[in-house]
Design a binder for this molecule. Structure first.
Ligand SMILES: [Zn+2]
Length: 163
C-alpha cells in the first residue's frame, strides 16, 4: 500500500499547490545486491494555501503550510518540525497512524524559539539510524534474473550453477 501513500501525497501537493509546488528536499538512494538493484527517490513537496487546517500539516512527503507563515521568521522552524513528520512517514508508512497511540509522534514546544529550527523536533519520535524505511516515494527495482544471466554467460552450465 506504499504506492497509495505516494499517489495521495502527490495528489495532495498538486491539489493544493497547483503549479506552485516547491520541491524543498531530494533524497536518492541506491542499494545493490548480487540479485537486484534498488533505487529510491524521495522528494519533499512544499505547498501552501491560506487557511490550512492547522498552521501546517504533513502527509507522506507533502508539507502543507498556511501561506500566512510563508516568508515569516516562523517558517524555517515550522518546516523543520514538519520534516520530522516526513521522516516518521518514511520510517513507518501507514503504520504512522496506529503508532500515534504508542509513540510520541507529535510534540510542540510551549514557547518555540523561532530562530532555532534545530529545536523544532524536540521530543517527537525520531526513527533511530538503524531503522529500515518502510516507505519511499518512488522505488525502482531491477532484478537480475536467471534467464538474463544465462543469456549473458559464455558457459551456460557454469552460470546455472552460479545462479
Ligand atoms: Zn507536528
Amino acid at each position: 500500500m506504499g504506492w497509495l501513500m505516494s499517489v495521495l501525497s502527490f495528489l495532495m501537493a498538486l491539489w493544493i499547490g497547483g503549479t506552485d509546488v516547491a520541491v524543498s528536499h531530494w533524497e536518492i538512494g541506491v542499494e545493490v545486491t548480487p540479485v537486484r538493484l534498488t533505487a529510491y527517490l524521495d522528494p519533499v513537496f512544499l505547498v501552501s494555501s491560506p487557511g490550512a487546517p492547522a498552521t501546517a500539516c504533513t502527509f507522506g512527503s507533502t508539507i502543507w503550510l498556511d501561506s500566512r507563515i510563508v516568508g515569516t521568521d516562523r517558517e524555517a522552524f515550522i518546516v523543520a518540525h514538519e520534516l520530522g513528520h516526513v521522516e516518521q512517514f518514511h520510517a513507518l508508512g501507514w503504520l504512522w497512524y496506529p503508532a500515534t497511540v504508542v509513540l510520541p509522534m507529535e510534540w510542540w514546544p510551549r514557547e518555540p524559539e523561532w530562530s532555532e529550527p534545530s529545536k523544532a523536533r524536540g521530543e517527537m519520535w525520531k526513527p533511530p539510524a538503524w531503522w529500515p524505511k518502510r516507505w519511499h516515494f518512488l522505488r525502482l527495482e531491477l532484478r537480475f534474473g536467471k534467464g538474463k544471466r544465462t543469456r549473458l554467460g559464455l558457459d551456460r552450465n557454469q552460470d546455472d550453477r552460479v545462479v
